[in-house]
Design a protein around this ligand. Structure first.
Ligand SMILES: Nc1ncnc2c1ncn2[C@@H]1O[C@H](COP(=O)(O)OP(=O)(O)O)[C@@H](O)[C@H]1O
Ligand SMILES: [Mg+2]
Length: 229
């Protein structure tokens, strides 16, 4: 039987502001352990909101989310933070690297924050080796190209050996060739290490690398297609 890693039922999200936005309108989703899924849809349809709600970065308004069978709503904020620190890695479009830290120091950060400082430097170097950056350990982000920066963020995302990697437009800032290289790395990590991978993108070329493409429209999942079906 397939083990489900990420699941939501009737997930709703409202942003309360001057204007109330109903960003997620009842999303049912189920992602298997080890699966690589791409989420597509027009700008503003709720992709980032869904990723933030599923990972527990943002609170949901209604419905349910389970991660590895754990009901997110039953966890305190501290427990959710701990779950993210121990079981999840994040890759965003604009890298979010700390400019004063070297590549190794940036990659070490999640381990230090999770209180796992033993062998942190060695593990950070190993993660950088996996993304082909053995020659850039001591470079600061300003001395790296866009593709190299994104590889540092991928190394940072995998250093904890997380169950899940969330990537929001990871190739959005990169040229086609570099974007292909980043996708090669993500696919390889998914196959080799078995991370469950949820990838938001607006590029067909990127989405086609995933096993399944989920299309969103106006806060809802529109079509759920497995490749070749
Ligand atoms: N912090 C926020 N406060 C209010 N509205 C928001 C906020 N973040 C996103 N939204 C709105 O929610 C909807 C979905 O946004 P988002 O999830 O960022 O879309 P996508 O990632 O698909 O482009 C949009 O209408 C957007 O304007
Ligand atoms: Mg977005």
């Amino acid at each position: 039987m397939t083990e489900i890693m990420i699941r939501s039922e009737r997930l709703h999200k409202y942003y309360e502001g001057e204007v109330r936005v109903h960003a997620l309108r009842g999303v049912d989703i189920s992602i298997a352990k080890g699966e690589m899924v791409a989420m597509m849809g027009p700008s503003g349809c709720g992709k980032t909101t869904l990723l933030n709600c599923l990972s527990g970065l943002d609170d949901i308004s209604n419905g349910k989310v389970w991660i590895g069978g754990k009901d997110l709503n039953s966890l305190s904020d501290n427990k959710k933070t701990e779950l993210r620190a121990l079981n999840m890695g994040f890759v965003f479009q604009f890298y979010n690297l700390l400019p004063v830290l070297t590549a190794v120091e940036n990659v070490e950060m999640p381990l230090l924050l999770a209180g796992k400082s033993k062998y942190a430097k060695e593990k950070a170097k190993k993660a950088l080796d996996m993304v082909g950056l053995s020659h850039r350990y001591d470079h600061r982000p300003s001395a790296l190209s866009g593709g190299e920066r994104q590889r540092v963020t991928i190394a940072r995302a995998i250093v904890n050996e997380p169950d899940i990697i969330w990537a929001d437009e990871p190739t959005g800032d990169l040229d086609t060739e570099t974007s292909d290289m980043i996708m090669d790395i993500l696919c390889k990590l998914n196959k080799k290490n078995g991370h469950t991978m949820v990838l938001v993108t607006h590029e067909d070329r990127v989405a086609e690398r995933a096993e399944r493409i989920i299309r969103m429209e106006s806060g809802l999942i529109k079509r759920n297609c497995t490749k070749g079906v």
